[in-house]
Ligand binder design. Structure first.
Ligand SMILES: [Cu+2]
Length: 344
């Protein structure tokens, strides 16, 4: 009912506006002013361009300055320095071009608004000008693209042999963090093995998985390469660790990866920021459903010695839940039992 009334209201409003416009036109015909090529609204439009330029610029600068600290998160990884350099160089070049082109874009309609005593000049083309504005952007863009491509291939080149491996599996709505244990080799996984007690579908008939363990927090050592092996169980998710300048999609059926070296421990960052409560965080940055906001994980960077100690204290999946290996063939079961007794 209300919808119907609103539609009637809108139709009435539009007809009133139309009538006012018609009356105005008829009045100008009577007055003889309809013969004029440009009306007063031309001037108003010209001024509105200037108003938009000035107002828009004020808003843009106000916002950019106010939020500047958010663009300047401290960097806590080696490659982060390159990523930021790339960002600021691109920002500076495109920023200058943006300002020049937009000032001209809005200034010209004002300056060249219709004037009765002014005649447009005929200016068909200028080859020199065409050459300049084709070649200069081509070179600048090529430099930016090549620089970006080089940085990207440095960042995404294969991880060093000695990288610590951590598997992050996104699912609605959390991250399952799996460590390969002391052998640094993750056991195989198969989505068909997924169930309530094996949420990342680990294949426990692969003996590499015997010492795999899960952790509520992603703990990594400082100054040593870490390789995130990333996958998703249901929909698209995305791993985002802003202080590490790390972002990589988690795609169902298509494992992805990202390796990096952290340069500051959580403790060091707490001192730097003068904030004893600071924690690095991993967030999901792909709107993946209703509980998307719950996909926050703490990332704890510690000294290598502390990492080693932490690693040796963790309990493998099969220690916490021996039922996972209860049905294995005798030979494997014996191996699994040895791992279980070692961790008790
Ligand atoms: Cu998600």
């Amino acid at each position: 009912m209300y919808g119907f009334l609103i539609i009637i209201g809108i139709v009435l409003l539009l007809s009133i506006i139309w009538m006012v416009y018609r009356i105005q036109t008829l009045v100008s015909v009577v007055k003889g002013s309809d013969k004029k090529v440009a009306s007063g609204s031309n001037k108003i439009n010209a001024w509105m361009f200037i108003f938009f330029l000035v107002g828009g610029s004020i808003l843009m600068f106000w916002y950019s300055i106010k939020e500047f600290d958010n663009y300047q998160l401290p960097i806590a990884s080696e490659h982060g320095v390159i990523t930021d350099q790339l960002f600021w160089v691109t920002m500076a070049i495109t920023g200058v071009v943006f300002l020049i082109t937009h000032v001209l874009l809005f200034w010209f309609p004002y300056k060249y608004q219709y004037k009765e005593d002014r005649k447009a000049s005929f200016y068909p083309d200028n080859n020199k000008l065409e050459l300049i504005w084709t070649i200069v952007p081509a070179f600048v863009l090529a430099a930016l693209v090549i620089g970006g491509w080089k940085a990207w291939s440095d960042i995404t080149k294969p991880a060093p042999e000695n990288s610590h491996i951590v598997e992050l599996m996104g699912y609605q709505f959390a991250w399952e963090v799996r460590y390969p244990g002391l052998d640094n080799v993750l056991g195989e996984n198969d989505y068909r093995l997924t169930n309530a007690s094996n949420i990342s579908g680990v294949d426990f008939s692969d003996k590499n998985s015997f010492d795999d363990f899960s952790s509520p927090v992603v703990v990594i050592p400082k100054g040593e390469p870490v390789l995130f092996r990333i996958r998703a169980r249901d929909v698209l998710h995305s791993v985002f660790a802003p202080h590490m300048r790390l972002k990589m999609d988690a795609v169902p059926g298509m494992p992805t990866r990202f390796w990096f070296t952290a340069t500051k421990t959580t403790e060091e960052m707490r001192v730097e920021l003068n904030n004893p409560e600071f924690v690095y965080e991993i967030a999901c940055t792909e709107i993946c459903g209703r509980g998307h906001n719950a996909m926050r994980k703490e990332l704890r960077v510690v000294e290598p010695a502390e990492y080693k100690k932490w690693l040796s204290e963790q309990k493998p999946y099969i220690v916490n839940n021996p039922a996972l290996v209860a049905d294995l063939p005798t030979e494997l079961k014996e191996l699994a039992d040895i791992t279980i007794s070692e961790h008790k």
